[in-house]
Design a protein around this ligand. Structure first.
Ligand SMILES: [Fe+2]
Ligand SMILES: [Fe+2]
Length: 283
């Protein structure tokens, strides 16, 4: 019998310097360690404003997983403003692979230079990057679960907040899926088991059937700190076992209020009008 392994998917932690943020991060790590998870992936927006101090908080809380090689993370749009800490996380590459026992991860940086502006929080995926993902997957061992990680959503999702509805109404790209997201899904079909992303804070899942003879599912983790829970996948011999389960932390979910999104958006707008950078809302 091949060993059963576990993969936890977290996203959109939006860690800042507040005690509430520290408590949310600590409870997630506690839950991950309690389940002795084999590998953890965090699909972007680790920090709220891309500040070095926020990233230090992340490293502090997640040190037990980082130090044991059990954590892989990629940048999201919120990791790009401020000190732009997310810029260095992929060693200058848009695509890189991470191999762990029974697991092959294709990490994709779907952020762009435009992500230093709130109203351009959408992702960027070029044809060259799609080609790189395609090429990377050809190196995946047959007995490994293959997952593509990126921050932005690959397929259309409903708007979840006032700023997203406003942006769509205005014709801005803020809430749109990756322009080449559907093409990426088509290209990885048959050689990949999972596409894992975040960006949108409400979790979603999409079963795409078995294109190319291999089951393919797309999961959005949502904001793990807001939700106080994360999905846990089980896999063996390169295939998923059953459906993922939600693991809850001991801390109740604390969804951001509308004010959390709207007020910083207004602050940002006022900052832009006044020539200064405002705070950015969650997304
Ligand atoms: Fe995001
Ligand atoms: Fe986010």
């Amino acid at each position: 019998m091949p060993p059963l392994r576990t993969l936890a998917h977290l996203s959109d932690l939006h860690l800042d310097l507040s005690p509430a943020s520290d408590a949310a991060a600590a409870s997630l790590v506690e839950a991950l360690l309690k389940r002795n998870v084999d590998q953890v992936v965090v699909t972007g927006d680790l920090t709220h404003q891309g500040a070095r101090s926020e990233f230090h908080r992340f490293r502090h809380h997640f040190a037990p997983l980082l130090d044991s090689g059990r954590l892989t993370f990629i940048p999201g749009n919120h990791d790009r403003p401020g000190d732009d800490v997310g810029r260095g996380w992929m060693d200058g590459h848009k695509v890189r692979t991470v191999e762990r026992e029974g697991l092959f991860l294709v990490c994709v940086d779907s952020t762009g230079e435009h992500n230093r502006n709130f109203f351009n929080s959408h992702g960027e995926l070029s044809r060259a990057v799609v080609d790189q993902v395609d090429a990377a997957l050809s190196e995946a061992p047959h007995d490994a679960l293959a997952a593509v990680l990126l921050h932005h959503h690959v397929l259309p999702l409903p708007e979840e907040s006032f700023p997203e509805r406003l942006a769509t109404r205005m014709g801005w790209p803020h809430a749109a899926e990756l322009a080449l997201g559907a093409e990426l899904v088509k290209r990885v079909a048959g050689r990949c088991d999972l596409v894992l992303h975040g960006h949108r804070h409400v979790p979603r899942e999409r079963d795409l059937g078995s294109p190319g003879g291999r089951a393919l599912k797309v999961y959005n983790a949502g904001s793990s700190t807001d939700l106080g829970r994360f999905r846990l996948f089980q896999h063996a011999a390169g295939r998923l076992e059953g459906t993922p389960t939600w693991c809850r932390t001991t801390r109740p979910s604390q969804p951001r209020t509308a004010a959390h999104n709207v007020i910083p958006a207004l602050q940002y707008l006022m900052g832009q009008l006044g020539g200064a950078r405002g705070q950015r809302p969650a997304a």
